[in-house]
Design a protein around this ligand. Structure first.
Ligand SMILES: O=P(O)(O)OC[C@H]1O[C@H](OP(=O)(O)OP(=O)(O)O)[C@H](O)[C@@H]1O
Ligand SMILES: NC(=O)CC[C@H](N)C(=O)O
Ligand code: SF4
Ligand SMILES: [Mg+2]
Length: 493
């Protein structure tokens, strides 16, 4: 994570590849805040650091933002009652720029001369540091250290007449990834960057319009899926209905392929493709590309499960739950001390001995980032008596950082950026290690192969082929344009 107001060494880090953020907005529903809390609950996998909801009651905006899970902060009636109105906007945060401080928790809210405005962002702006420096020199006073606030200041100085056109003008100056949901005193707005890196879908609930990061947030409400917001599209939903604008220069579409591999919930449909179905197809491709004789296929829960099912179906080798996951440890349990950190995976996973003892095991996981999970899981499976342990990874090696809304460790900490396949196999402790090829991944998402001249996805964390300039960053994931350290609140521990 970078912090626009702090040197890199001040910014907390831990050793996982983190989720992104989830956004949700609804217009025209009674109990809009309660509905938004449910939508955010379905999107909890996209960010667990903090959550917030802003509602609008026709006259006033109301907000509540808190660190932690949505269920911890928004399940009480007393909290929801303080968020009246028929329109609401919500956000689950996993920080990519700006530390886990209260002032960075979204939705951000601003009282402009032209009215109130609340903003929720999934993605990351790769030139926010540069824009921020220019804005500060012009007199802008930032309240947070997140990239998202840059948008608010760009809107504040815009000379355009309407909020929508101010927002559009602001986004024309931003590089990187943004799926935005916003709310003002007349309606809600959805925006997807021209490359469409992050998802955003449109739904309908009893005549109310819904914007959400993933379709699973519609399902929890019984809302109908209408369509995906198109890359480069701005939708404005107000009492007159919905207006669709295409203000940005058209670009090729580059949806994040890692949404299919890991981030999105398997029951979501994104860009017309079911995530579960794609993960299974990835597993089938993997079985074809990386076969090995074995007695049992064991997924690394949670996100390795659908690929392991696909692998098992294709290979004909039985699928068993040889590792059991403790559901009371989140995706991103942050261990308080080094000693506990060392125990981390055992808190989350345990070997199911009867399925492993004396067996040749193929472990299937979606990705290796630092190798922490795989190293501990392999040791656990060996201790449980497996006679051979083979690891199959349902994506190509993760070799580069993401600057578009996923908090990847810096490049030097990515196992595949530092080691050959054989070295990785030795470090993890497996008898063999195999990754999916680029072409295999593209076949699983419905393409003939990975065509570098005509890429349909962002795959930069595998290939280093970034679809936007990285103005604020050098290639080692260091913020190039950070400002001197300012006020620091205690980070979440
Ligand atoms: O190589 P590492 O640095 O250990 O990171 C890779 C692991 O992290 C993710 O799982 P995570 O535990 O975050 O979530 P999940 O339960 O959704 O699989 C991913 O699915 C891998 O298992
Ligand atoms: N993960 C995200 O999408 C984060 C959104 C925004 N960049 C933030 O750090 O708050
Ligand atoms: S770099 Fe990787 S995780 Fe980031 S947007 Fe591109 S494909 Fe997705
Ligand atoms: Mg995992």
């Amino acid at each position: 994570m970078t912090d626009l107001a702090a040197p890199a060494w001040q910014v907390g880090e831990d050793d996982k590849l983190h989720e992104e953020c989830g956004v949700f907005a609804i217009y025209g529903a009674s109990h809009a805040a309660a509905v938004t809390a449910l939508g955010l609950h379905a999107l909890q996998h996209r960010g667990q650091e903090a959550a917030g909801i802003v509602s609008f009651d026709g006259k006033l905006f109301h907000q509540h933002r808190a660190k932690g899970l949505i269920g911890d902060s928004f399940s009480r009636k007393s909290v929801i009652e303080q968020l009246p109105g028929n329109a609401a906007l919500g956000h689950n945060r996993y920080a990519t720029t700006g530390a886990s401080e209260m002032r960075n928790v979204q939705p951000l809210y601003a009282d402009f001369a032209f009215g109130g405005f609340a903003l929720a962002h999934n993605g990351n702006l790769s030139n926010a540091g540069k824009l921020r420096r220019e804005l500060v020199q012009r007199g802008s006073i930032f309240q947070s250290t997140s990239d998202t606030e840059t948008i608010i200041h760009l809107m504040a100085i815009s000379k355009k007449k309407t909020i929508v056109h101010r927002l559009i003008e602001a986004m024309e100056q931003c590089e990187g990834a943004y799926s935005l949901a916003a709310m003002y005193d007349d309606g809600i707005i959805g925006v997807r960057d021209p490359l469409g890196i992050r998802p955003l879908v449109l739904g309908e609930l009893d005549g109310a319009s819904v914007l959400a990061s993933e379709t699973c947030a519609l399902d929890i409400l019984g809302a109908a899926y209408v369509r995906d917001i198109e890359p480069g599209e701005v939708v404005v939903i107000d009492k007159r209905g919905m207006t669709s604008l295409r203000p940005f220069k058209p670009r090729e579409h580059r949806f994040c392929i890692f949404e299919y591999v890991y981030f999105a919930r398997p029951d979501s449909t994104l860009e017309g493709r079911g995530v579960y179905d794609i993960r299974k197809r990835i597993g089938q491709e993997l079985a074809r590309e990386q076969p090995t004789p074995a007695d049992v296929i064991v997924p690394v829960p949670d996100s390795g499960v659908p690929a392991a099912i696909g692998y098992a179906q294709e290979s004909g080798i039985p699928f068993e739950l040889g590792i059991i996951r403790n559901h009371y440890v989140g995706r991103t349990f942050i261990e308080p001390t080094d000693q506990i950190r060392h125990l981390g995976v055992k808190l989350k996973h345990n070997a199911n001995r009867s399925m492993l003892a004396g067996k040749r095991v193929i472990l299937v996981d979606d990705s290796i980032v630092r190798g922490t999970t795989s190293t501990k899981i392999v040791a656990m499976v060996r201790q449980a008596g497996a006679s051979e342990v083979h690891m199959r990874i349902a994506s190509p090696p993760t070799q580069h950082g993401c600057y578009y809304g996923v908090d990847t460790p810096e490049r030097s900490k990515l196992l595949a950026a530092r080691h050959t396949l054989d070295e990785m196999a030795r470090i993890i402790g497996v008898d063999s290690l195999g990754f999916l090829s680029f072409d295999g991944l593209y076949r699983a998402v419905g393409e003939a192969k990975r065509d570098p001249a005509n890429l349909a996805f962002c795959d930069a964390c595998f290939t280093g082929d970034y679809p936007t300039p990285l103005t604020d960053y050098d290639h080692e994931n260091a913020p190039a344009n950070s400002l001197p350290g300012l006020l620091q609140e205690a980070a979440i521990s």
